[in-house]
Each structure stands twice: as structure tokens, then as C-alpha cells.
Design a protein around this ligand. Sequence first.
Ligand SMILES: NC(=O)c1ccc[n+]([C@@H]2O[C@H](COP(=O)([O-])OP(=O)(O)OC[C@H]3O[C@@H](n4cnc5c(N)ncnc54)[C@H](OP(=O)(O)O)[C@@H]3O)[C@@H](O)[C@H]2O)c1
Length: 377
Amino acid sequence: MPTLPVRMSTHKALVLHARDQPLILETVPQPISSTGDAIVRILAADIVPYMGDVISNKRPYPLSVPMTPGNTAIGRIHEVGPDAVDLTPGQLVFCDITIRARDNPAVSILYGVHGGGYPAAQKLMDGVWRNATYAEYARFPLENLYRLDEALLLGPLGYSINDLCLLPVCLVPFGGLSEVGLKPGEVVIVAPATGRYGGAAVNIALAMGATVIAGGRNQTMLEKLKSIHVTNRLRTVRITGDTAADTELFRTATGKPDGADVYLDLSPPAVQGSSLLASGIRSLRAFGRCVVMGGNSGNLDFPYLEIMFKSIRIQGRFMYDRQHVQQMIQMVESGLLPLGSKSGVSQTKVFGLEEIQQALESAAKLSGWGEHVVLKP
Ligand SMILES: NC(=O)c1ccc[n+]([C@@H]2O[C@H](COP(=O)([O-])OP(=O)(O)OC[C@H]3O[C@@H](n4cnc5c(N)ncnc54)[C@H](OP(=O)(O)O)[C@@H]3O)[C@@H](O)[C@H]2O)c1
């Protein structure tokens, strides 16, 4: 591991020494900034529901131990490296954990969550980018830190730091919908829309000016989405699991004879063998776009000829890019994209570093859109 400069001062961090052991709260040397990075005081980190499984290796994401895990966070710049030209100590920032190799941006890791699993990515995690945000302080590449207008967000817009932790949940579907160029006035089918990212996708797609067809099995959650977003640009479809029936339901809901413009698929691993993707693709118009963003670990079942005859585009998308983060922050700061209770997230559970086990257990129980769990180091 390369040696980084460390100062004599210390901070508290949760350290994972082995995947079969719990996180330990330790007092460790505080990181010190160097060229190309900044040290951030972590104010709040969003805990993703599956984080307990990652730490325990039930979800065997590659991680190099010992390390400090973490998720996307909101922080305050503590100090910056000598080449920073925009960021200054004291600024409120969004800390993005998608770290890309500077000499090959195709190589990426999720800082504190997933080490890529191939040698080039592992080199990133093994070295400088090992200790993430479940700590009082964390090092970030300068390009992963985004200035937030604190006065506006916490003032007239009425948000809390916890509300801002919802940014990464909305960013994932925004990355996919931007990738396929969703435009105002277009019709997008989001399915399943009843999960955490599905609920966020409905929120962001409406803010992008689209009409949204939210599909899912859970009628209660579909009703909840309708009660959150009181607009005739949101329609819901209770899916049946039958390809032909679901295609018909989606197509009818679009209200357009040719079908939807975009289909966003967020199928989780549990949908093995499901026909949802086929129904979504079949509901698209000619030259329609399908973006695949779920964690389905199986193979895709495509209506082959239909894709060819209708010139359908199928696009995978992992996370998002820097311009998506910048655009989304503008959407929030302009009031276009609501967060927190304005977006239907009415319950936030907050935990300190010493309560990490309860925090992970609480996050694991999250389902759908409406609650979130935040760690406040
Ligand atoms: N591309 C990326 O960069 C990226 C980033 C983050 C997450 N993801 C992926 O996005 C996916 C969604 O994540 P999430 O956190 O939103 O999941 P989640 O909150 O657990 O929601 C899962 C959704 O899938 C539905 N579902 C489960 N089994 C189903 C089935 N057999 N048929 C139809 N619907 C079914 C659930 O609906 P019910 O209520 O009906 O069960 C629920 O709406 C995950 O697989 C995750 O890996 C991708």
C-alpha cells in the first residue's frame, strides 16, 4: 500500500478487519490532503439497504481489508490539496463515491462498497481509496466533490443535511434516463417502480418533464406514489407477470398508439425468469429506448425480431457521470427536483458511528420509497 502523509491528529472511523467480523469503532490518524484530493468532514452518509450484507460478505463485493466502508455522503471541506482551484475549507459538498482511475476512467470502484473485482480497480482500492465515509473525516478526489449552495438549500428550500443524502438515490435513475436522452413531454415506463430506486426514478422522471408510467406488483406502494405526486403526468400499472397482459397494460397507460418513448428497467436479482423486461421493450414505439439498470444476475430475454424491426435501442447503465451530478444539483437548487418530505420521504432514521450495527439493520429493513437511514459520524 502506498504511504500517504498523515498528521498527528486523530479521528474516529469504523474499521473492517475481516469480512466475518463486525465493524470496530477505532481512533485512527486523520488523513491529510495531498495533490488532487481534499479531506472532508463527513456530516451524514446515506446507508444503502444492502450494506450489512456487503460488510458480512453475504453480498461478496470485493473489498480490501482493513478498510473503512462508506456510502455517498454530504460533508464540509476540511482542507484541500495544493492544486484545488475551486473548493475551499468550509464549503458544503456532495461526496460522490464513484471513483474512476485518472489515467483510465473506464476503471472504477465504489469507494467503501465495491472494489471492482479486477486487478486495475483493485489497485485503486488497495491504495489511496480504501477508507471511505463511515468516519469523521474522509479523503476524496477533488473531482468527486460538488459544491452545494448551503444558504439556498438549507434556507429558502427548507432542506436538512439528511434530505440531501437522497441525492445519490435520485442520481442513479437520472444517469440512466439521461443516457437515453429522456426529453420533456416524452412517456417513460419505470418498472419495478415500487422499490427504492424505482420511487426515486418516478421523482426524477417527473422533474425531467416526462409522463411516467409506474409499474409494479405492490398496489399499496403504487397508490402511495400517486398520493406523493399529484399530477396527471403519473399513471400506475399493476403488473401481472404475464408478458402479453403487462404489455397491453403498459401500452394502454401510455395513451399513445405507438407506445412509450423510454423504458427504464430496475429489475432486482429476485426477478429471475420474469418477463418484465420483454413487456417493457414490447411497449416501446419504433426507435424507442430501453435502459437496463437493475441487478438481475440472470440472462436477458429479448423479443429479438421486434427489437430489430422497430429499431429499438437497449442500453445498460451503471451509476452516472460527473455532468449528471452537476445537472441534478442544479435541478434541486432550482426547485425542479424535490427531496425529503416534498418528494414523499417522510421518515429518516439517524444513527451515530457507535450505533452502526443498529443502523445497518435498520437500513436492511428499508423497502420502497418513503424512508431512509443516515449515519452521522
Ligand atoms: N445501475 C446502477 O448503477 C444501480 C445502482 C443502484 C442499484 N441498482 C440496482 O437496482 C435494483 C433496484 O434496487 P432497489 O434498491 O430499488 O431495490 P428494492 O428497493 O429492493 O426494490 C426491488 C423492487 O423489485 C420488485 N420486485 C421484486 N421481485 C419482483 C418480481 N419477481 N417481479 C417484479 N417485481 C419484483 C419489488 O416489488 P414488490 O414490492 O412487488 O416486491 C421492488 O419494487 C437492484 O437490483 C440494484 O442492484 C443499480
